[in-house]
Design a protein around this ligand. Structure first.
Ligand SMILES: [Zn+2]
Length: 396
């Protein structure tokens, strides 16, 4: 009896401040909207190279809260190898470390599905959007809203998108398992070029699928277009244009949204070989384009206090080092140590509610926790407190 009443007092004391406190701290409520921008392979040196070419900071570098991010996967801790995009995107999306090539399922483990960040926000009645310059079935978008033991199981990923998780907005490269016909059959409005995309009017309840280009590694390098060696962006939308459309479509949901925006081209540039101008040019122009997409996100979030914007990378690619600043408008002199991923920590920049949790050195699994505070973060904290106090009560 004494024990039970003590517990009631303890519980009341623990919960009263939570219940009574207004939403004063930034971490007290789930952000209404979350915009997560990922530069695939975009280490800090890649951002620096873009800054030097730009002659000034990229839009997201003015973030009030910044951190270094550990990108290791389960495989990294076991074998010392860098993560791949599947494992790192799974960590970001689900807060779980998995083996390389695994997309949001428990490996190691029983192979069961982890709740993705897309599924989490869907469970809060929010709309989900995925935007990428890569093909839409690639590992980074897939880990946000699909599950697969192996990242190249595109049939499984397409099935999850179209029949299970059904993101409201999917904009990116086509092919690699995702066809126009499949999108139409699943009830999506399908667009295939910039003009069609920009003519879209929001239609509540009707999801949008933008398939830009028919496969390969993605939609094309921004550098190649600027150099006149590729004409893809004559008719296909740039990442910042897809971002703008995605924001205008998702903003019609009064319950809010989660939007992931990825530029794959920083990774593809890092993967190429040699030290020629093309490699760093492609890398710099991709980082600059991610900056333009971030600018769209920040313009959306400006003047409102309910939208968390996080810019980060899934890992570094290429072992990039800056050797000399050649001034604005000129590519810096650089060296590359590899044509693969590295374990170098990457950056994170954050604005809005919960952004203050992006500080110091964080783990890639923290991104999901920060984006979804107070759930499960605060709930776990409260549960831990209740258990600790109950144990004390039992002892007394
Ligand atoms: Zn890569």
């Amino acid at each position: 009896m004494h024990c039970r009443s003590y517990r009631r007092v303890v519980l009341a004391a623990l919960l009263a401040p939570l219940a009574a406190a207004p939403v004063a701290t930034t971490a007290a409520a789930l952000p209404h909207n979350v915009i997560l921008l990922i530069g695939d392979g975009m280490g800090m040196a890649h951002v620096e190279a873009a800054r030097l070419y730009n002659g000034g900071p990229l839009p997201f570098e003015s973030a009030p809260h910044q951190a270094q991010v550990v990108t290791d996967s389960y495989t990294s801790s076991l074998l010392g190898v860098p993560t791949d995009s599947a494992a790192s995107a799974t960590a970001i999306s689900t807060a779980h470390k998995v083996h390389n090539t695994v997309v949001s399922v428990a490996i190691p483990g029983d192979g069961s599905e982890f709740e993705t960040i897309g599924e989490f926000f869907t469970s809060k009645n929010k709309s989900v959007g995925l935007v990428t310059t890569s093909y839409l079935t690639d590992a980074t978008p897939a880990a946000m809203a699909a599950h697969a033991v192996f990242r190249f199981d595109t049939a499984r990923i397409v099935n999850d998108y179209l029949t299970r998780t059904r993101p409201a907005v999917l904009l990116g490269g086509g092919g690699n398992g995702l066809t126009e016909a499949a999108g139409v059959a699943a009830g999506y409005t399908v667009v295939t070029d910039r003009a069609q995309m920009q003519a879209l009017a929001p239609a509540p309840g009707v999801p949008v699928l933008g398939l830009f280009g028919d496969g390969g590694e993605g939609m094309g390098f921004e550098w190649d277009y600027a150099e006149g060696t590729d004409t893809a962006y004559d008719t296909l939308p740039f990442l910042h244009e897809m971002t703008s459309t995605a924001l205008s479509l998702l903003a019609t949901d009064p319950d809010g949204f989660f939007l992931m925006i990825e530029n794959e081209n920083t990774d593809l540039a890092g993967h190429s070989s040699g030290a020629g101008e093309e490699r760093i040019g492609r890398d710099v122009f991709a980082a600059l384009e991610l900056g333009r997409a971030a600018q769209e996100a920040l313009a959306f979030a400006a003047g409102r206090d309910d939208t968390l914007v996080i810019v980060t990378a899934d890992h570094e690619t290429g072992g990039l080092q800056i050797l000399a600043d050649n001034g604005a408008g000129n590519l810096p002199t650089v060296s590359w140590s590899t044509s693969d991923h590295t374990r170098t920590q990457v950056g994170a920049w954050a604005f809005g509610p919960n952004a203050d949790l992006v500080t110091g050195t964080i783990d890639n699994t923290d991104i999901r926790r920060i984006a979804s505070v107070p759930e499960p973060g605060t709930a776990l904290l409260v549960a831990g407190g209740v258990i600790a106090l109950a144990l004390r009560a039992r002892r007394s």
